[in-house]
Design a protein around this ligand. Structure first.
Ligand code: P6P
Length: 281
């Protein structure tokens, strides 16, 4: 695993430079989910694949930016699913973006995830690594990733990140979100999954939601390279991660680009989501 983390660190340093100097315009291409790819998306993906192709303990990789599984080494122990530059459209308004990595064994499925990494490209570059036991944060300083601290969620927080198009929310979801704000929760939503989830983790707690909606009944966020890595991270930090009814990591993935509704947060907030959603099942 150490060689995978090292590869991610080296790719991160190159992607940081790309963000600072690269072309933020749109390419002529779309990814598998139909999103128009930015040149940054493609360039970041090329950087990461370059490093992962050198890893003898990796069997295959999948990228949000590529349709198919990319075989690496048939005897490799690990499988990696990654989103090279999530929220890349925020770069040209100078907001934080991130990379997300899910590390799996045997098969690309929630129950087979063994580690996760995410990187926040913000005022500072921070890397958070979850090995299924602890959640450790590192900061890039003078070219070196220095350990900063372990991350733990409180049982309850006060931040709310309400994703998706509000006019497409189902009524019970809308009532639930409003009730958090009536309870004094503070709105914290940038449209970047990585910084939005990083903020809740570092500020001790709250709730991030990207639910099923009338326009996206299966949600928007991708299971293997966005949702499952953060589900592992939030659970290891002492929080919860559900689709409204069950654990996200229990979801069966049928296609590598499948999406799912998702809620990540402190235990008390996740319990409230379960109560509301189960009463509307
Ligand atoms: P919306 C970015 O495009 C992304 O995939 C995630 O980073 C983010 O959480 C979500 O989409 C934002 O979607 O519909 O709220 O703008």
């Amino acid at each position: 695993m150490e060689n995978i983390i090292k590869a991610i660190q080296e790719a991160t340093i190159e992607i940081k430079h790309l963000i600072e100097t690269g072309d933020t315009s749109k390419s002529e291409n779309q990814n598998s989910t139909g999103d128009t790819q930015l040149k940054l998306d493609i360039a970041s993906d090329i950087i990461i694949e370059k490093y992962f192709k050198e890893l003898s303990n990796v069997k295959a990789i999948i990228s949000e930016e590529q349709e198919n599984i990319i075989p690496i080494n048939e005897n490799g122990e690990y499988l990696i699913a990654y989103d090279p530059l999530d929220g890349s459209s925020l770069v040209d308004v100078n907001l934080s973006v991130g990379s997300i990595y899910g590390i799996y064994k045997n098969d690309f499925n929630g129950k087979n995830i063994v580690a996760s990494v995410y990187v926040v490209f913000g005022p500072r570059v921070e890397l958070v690594y979850c090995d299924s036991q602890t959640v450790k944060m590192y900061r890039l300083q003078d070219g070196v990733f220095n350990y900063i601290k372990d991350i733990k969620l409180k049982k309850q927080g006060n931040l709310k990140a309400p994703g998706s198009t509000q006019q497409c929310w189902y009524p019970h979801h809308k009532v639930m979100i409003n009730s958090f704000f009536e309870d004094g929760y503070r709105l914290r939503y940038s449209g970047g999954m990585v910084p939005d989830l990083h903020q809740i983790l570092l500020k001790g707690g709250g709730l991030f939601s990207y639910p099923a909606t009338s326009d996206l009944p299966k949600g928007k966020l991708r299971q293997l390279f966005e949702v499952f890595p953060f589900a592992l991270t939030y659970k290891c930090a002492g929080g919860g991660a559900i689709d409204g009814y069950k654990e996200l990591l229990e979801i069966e993935t049928n296609h590598i680009h499948d999406t799912t509704p998702c809620f990540f947060g402190s235990i008390n907030e996740i319990q409230k989501v379960l109560e509301v959603y189960k009463s509307h099942a």
